[in-house]
Design a protein around this ligand. Structure first.
Ligand code: FE2
Ligand code: FE2
Length: 150
């Protein structure tokens, strides 16, 4: 597996969780909140380790520098939405609206990565680097999940 396949798998996982969220009964607030927690954890684990592996490998290259800066900004946008939703209750009137905004922001970012960033990265990273980055990201995830949550 290379880093592109690995990241796509992560993206699909989040996409599936979001679809599952929107298929929940509108009045099942408890289940919505617990699924949101799961989505938040999954997204943060992905974006933080992606930044330290994939983005790090591309941020100093003039071909990708701008796209990586843009990607970092989109991560911040998603994180802000996650924080905002985390402070809400599923019974709040803006809960679903904010979840829709989160889904939209994530879909936009994933499309940008998979279409723009991957194409450029494939010209910069050789096959070996693309494989090594999977190991790096896996290792970062393991370290991250072993840390006591704050
Ligand atoms: Fe990603
Ligand atoms: Fe990303």
């Amino acid at each position: 597996m290379n880093i592109y396949e690995y990241l796509k798998k992560d993206h699909e996982k989040v996409n599936d969780l979001l679809e599952k969220f929107f298929s929940l009964p509108k009045d099942d607030f408890e289940e919505q909140e617990s699924l949101f927690e799961e989505i938040m954890e999954e997204v943060l684990l992905h974006s933080q380790t992606e930044e330290k592996s994939f983005y790090r490998a591309l941020e100093d290259n003039s071909e990708t520098q701008g796209d990586i800066e843009h990607s970092f900004e989109e991560h911040v946008e998603v994180e802000n939405l996650l924080d905002e939703i985390a402070s809400l209750s599923a019974e709040d009137s803006i809960w679903l609206e904010k979840m829709k905004a989160l889904q939209k922001a994530i879909q936009h970012h994933v499309k940008f990565e998979e279409e723009e960033v991957f194409a450029k990265a494939k010209k910069i990273l050789d096959e070996n680097q693309a494989k090594e980055l999977v190991k790096e990201m896996e290792k970062l995830k393991q370290e991250e999940t072993m840390l006591p949550s704050s």
